[in-house]
Design a protein around this ligand. Structure first.
Ligand code: ATP
Ligand code: MG
Length: 348
């Protein structure tokens, strides 16, 4: 098949990890006879430097016209002045809103050898396979912000439609998995959470084969570390999902491993590792590329409908970890390029 893929390397280690993922996608295309075209565009700090805006119009147009978008990471100390008018994160939030990608999927699968690096006991981690579905285009990140010398506020707002559409996605994924859905909120305190919970209960009637349970976000934060194997699909709002998925990365052994896919009603999906731009290791050939390569596998699965190719790439990642070919974040001595070469060899 033919596919147009936009690459947004972004800032920090973004260019290093996206280069690795593009190499893997080229190898998949070659092995399976596909024609993937790649076009690089600016987003984040690098776009601010040259264009004066974090999301240039040319990037926005290219992403809307693409079959899928693969992103590295944006941001870094150079652009982190809190008084600055334009910030890298605005580019990312703007892109998510432009593409209407309201459901952010973050699979947390534990690979035994990598998870040995996790501070958690191995017996707790056995069989952990969680799919987080994080709401991505609403809530407090997108609400009205105000600031006076004495106070500041961020409005948290959710409409019924915003809650329903992400919950339906989560129920559908649960149906295709182990049919258990955990909805996370703070319904004892927050009005948006009460609406979220009521909506979840109402929508659940459409999915009688899925067992729905509710957790308060504070107890979920604890249960994620004490009983992670109990969970199948976890759905939650934007802010809670951001925090819980960074926490869940601990189960995998490194923030450099988990991938993400952001999907909406439109055809274009956005794929990125869950980690940030890691300014402390930029340019050292030390960044773990596997989270971005795993994001490329999700791109094959969800945007291009190439399930066999997605599985082949995931198997190559797994075999690389089986062989203990680890970057320093996993306690290894291999470089970004050596880990990428190992995945490419596995793909042969
Ligand atoms: P953001 O605000 O963009 O989410 P962050 O503040 O969460 O960023 P990261 O940039 O993700 O921070 O980095 C957190 C730590 O994890 C840093 O020490 C960084 O070096 C490390 N890290 C992140 N990604 C990787 C990776 N792919 N390989 C190795 N180390 C990584
Ligand atoms: Mg982060």
């Amino acid at each position: 098949m033919k596919a147009n893929i936009v690459i947004l390397p972004g800032d920090g280690i973004g260019p290093e990890v996206t280069a690795a993922a593009v190499e893997c996608l080229r190898a998949v295309a070659k092995n399976h006879g596909h024609d993937f075209q790649f076009a690089e565009h600016l987003l984040g700090g690098c776009a601010i430097d040259t264009e004066g805006t974090a999301l240039p119009e040319s990037t926005r147009a290219a992403c809307l016209a693409a079959d899928a978008v693969l992103l590295g990471a944006v941001g870094g100390p150079k652009w982190s002045d809190p008084k600055a008018k334009v910030r890298p994160e605005q580019g990312l939030l703007g892109l998510r809103a432009t593409l209407g990608v309201f459901a952010n999927l973050r699979p947390i699968k534990v690979h035994a050898r990598a998870a040995a690096l996790s501070p958690l006991k191995p017996e707790r981690l056995a069989g952990v396979d969680i799919l987080f579905v994080r709401e991505l285009t609403g809530g407090v990140y997108f609400g009205e912000k105000t600031r006076t010398p004495e106070a500041a506020s961020d409005l948290c707002r959710y409409s019924v439609i915003e809650i329903e559409r992400v919950l339906r996605r989560a129920f559908e994924f649960a149906q295709a998995r182990r049919r258990k859905l955990t909805s996370v909120d703070k319904a004892n305190v927050m009005e948006t959470s009460r609406l979220w919970r009521e909506t979840a209960v109402r929508i659940a009637a459409e999915y009688p084969d899925v067992k729905l349970e509710h957790q308060l976000v504070d107890s979920m934060a604890m249960l994620l570390l004490t009983r992670p194997a109990d969970y199948d699909v976890i759905v939650t709002e934007n802010l809670f999902g951001d925090i819980l998925t960074d926490e869940a990365a601990v189960l995998c052994g490194s923030l450099g491993l988990p991938p993400s896919a952001s999907l909406g009603a439109g055809k274009v999906g956005l794929y990125e590792p869950i980690h940030g731009s890691a300014p402390d290791i930029v340019g050292q050939n030390k960044a773990n590329p596997l989270g971005t390569i795993a994001s490329a596998a999700l791109l094959l699965r969800y945007s291009l409908n190439l399930e066999a190719e997605a599985q082949a790439l995931e198997a190559a990642i797994s075999a690389t970890l089986d062989a203990g070919i680890f970057t320093p974040d996993l306690g290894g001595t291999y470089s970004t390029q050596q880990v990428t070469a190992a995945v490419l060899e596995q793909l042969q």
